[in-house]
Structure formats: C-alpha cells, structure tokens
Ligand binder design. Structure first.
Ligand code: NAD
Length: 242
C-alpha cells in the first residue's frame, strides 16, 4: 500500500512547504485549499513535473460535508490517507472585547473543527490498518498566551490538548499523533503585523530572524518518520519561547 498524505491549507505558506517536502520524499499527496486555486494548481504542476503523484482538492475544512467528499476523492484517486497534516488555519489579532461571536466561532470552526472533521474521516482506515500518522499545526501561542490573540491562542491550546488526548487514545492502535508549534514564520499570515513589527520581532528571537516555511516542513518530515514518538509538541521557534 502506498503512503498517501493530505496537507490541509497547502496552496501557500507552511502548508505548501510541507506538501512539497512530503511529495519530494515520496508521499503521494493531496493539496487542499480553500481559495487561490491558481496557487494550488501551480504547486501541483511543479510537483508533477518532478515525478510526484499529486492531486488537488478545494474544500473548507470547517465544512464536514466538504471534508468527507474530499476524502472520498482522495481514496478514489490516490488511495486512503495514511498521513494527515492538519495545517489549515486562520489568525486575527484583536482585543478580546472586539471579537464578534461569529469571528470567535469561525476561528474555532476552522482551526479546531477542521482537525475534528479531518481526523474523523481519516481514522476508519487508519484503525483498520493499525497504522497512521496525524500531525497537527499548533503554535507557540498554543503553549503560551499572547496579547490580542485570545481566540487564536485558545484554538492552538486546544490543538495541543487534542493532540495529547488522541495520542493516548490511539497509541494502542499503532496510530501516532503529534503537533508542531511554530514560532514566527515568514508567510502571508504574519504580514498583517507590518514590516517594522516583524523586524522588531526578529531582534527578540535568539536566532535573530523569522523562521522559513521549509524549516517547519523539516519538523513535519521528522514527525512523519519518528516511529517511537507520539503525543509530542515540537516547538520550532528559533529559541523565541523560554
Ligand atoms: P497562511 O495564511 O499563509 O496559510 C494558511 C493556509 O490555510 C492557506 O493556504 C489558506 O488558504 C488555508 N486555509 C485557511 N482557512 C482554510 C479553510 N477553512 N479550509 C482549508 N484551508 C484553509 O498561513 P501559514 O503561516 O502558512 O499558517 C499555516 C498554519 O501554521 C496555520 O495553522 C497557522 O496557524 C500555523 N502557524 C503559523 C505561524 C506563522 O508565524 N506563520 C506560526 C505558528 C503557527
């Protein structure tokens, strides 16, 4: 049976770097995206030209029906998912009192609900095979609090709880569950902070710079192969958090 990876939110940023690294290391791959089909198609074409077996699928991970349909398509085109990377996420900085109820709900629906929907779909085959790997994308704000990040930080803390609980529950079945906690990574997500703030942040990071998406992809590759590692939070932040 072939190794089939699904990386959610992989048309750009960290997800795209993870998708590329996995495909080049031999995983068959589904690139998932919610928007910017052009970017997903460009990545697919690039990886296909390198001989990788790749498909792309538009689906909002917060939509259980769309996620179920995506898994059926992946099974038909590549085979059942054996590595699930729950990467799709949204962020928004604002003071707690300014967070509208729908904004709070959407953050949970995408960041945490997306994990729930994808794990629900991935598990039946993994349980049947007594094998499989799930890697969730948390954040340093999933282990530390941050001003004006209450909603985002809450979802990322929940992802750590989900990871550790699922790891304990699924270990006897041979399925591993881990998460990565990136620091400040140079992607579209952090551009809202502005160049000046990002430069200031870089000076506060012991390694003296923001991280690169490819450096998070290396952590995901490590966890995908780390057969004796489960329930862990791998922080990759240039030494930012104490
Ligand atoms: P990004 O905004 O560049 O990319 C996010 C990706 O998720 C995009 O492809 C987007 O289209 C997709 N996405 C968003 N909502 C979706 C949905 N409902 N369904 C499917 N796809 C959806 O951000 P990034 O920096 O690449 O972030 C990737 C992950 O890493 C996120 O979970 C984020 O919280 C996490 N993270 C990022 C940083 C950072 O500094 N960039 C730090 C810690 C954690």
């Amino acid at each position: 049976m072939r190794d089939v990876a699904l990386v959610t939110g992989s048309s750009r940023g960290i997800g795209a770097a993870v998708a590329e690294a996995l495909a080049l290391e031999g995983w068959d791959l589904c690139i998932n995206y919610i928007e910017r089909q052009d970017l997903a198609e460009a990545l697919k074409a690039k990886l296909k030209s390198r001989g990788c077996r790749v498909m792309s699928c538009q689906a909002d991970v917060a939509d259980a029906g769309a996620v179920a349909a995506m898994f059926r398509r992946i099974e038909a085109e590549l085979g059942p998912v054996t590595l699930l990377v729950n990467n799709a996420g949204i962020a928004k900085q604002m003071q707690f009192q300014d967070i509208a109820p729908e904004s709070w709900r959407r953050m949970f629906d995408v960041n945490l609900g997306g994990c729930y929907n994808c794990v629900q779909e991935a598990l039946p085959h993994m349980l049947h095979e007594h094998a499989g790997c799930i890697i969730n994308m948390s954040s340093i704000w999933g282990t530390h609090g941050a001003s004006c990040e209450a909603a985002y930080s809450s979802t990322k803390h929940a992802i750590v709880g989900l990871t550790k609980s699922l790891a304990a529950e699924l270990a006897p079945t041979g399925i591993r569950v881990n998460c990565v906690a990136p620091g400040v990574i140079d992607t579209d997500m952090v551009q809202v902070l502005g160049q000046e703030t990002l430069e200031q942040l870089a000076t506060e990071i012991p390694l003296g710079r923001l991280g690169r998406p490819e450096e998070i992809a290396q952590a995901v590759l490590y966890l995908a192969r780390a057969a004796y590692t489960t329930g862990q939070v791998l922080t990759v932040d240039g030494g930012f958090m104490p």
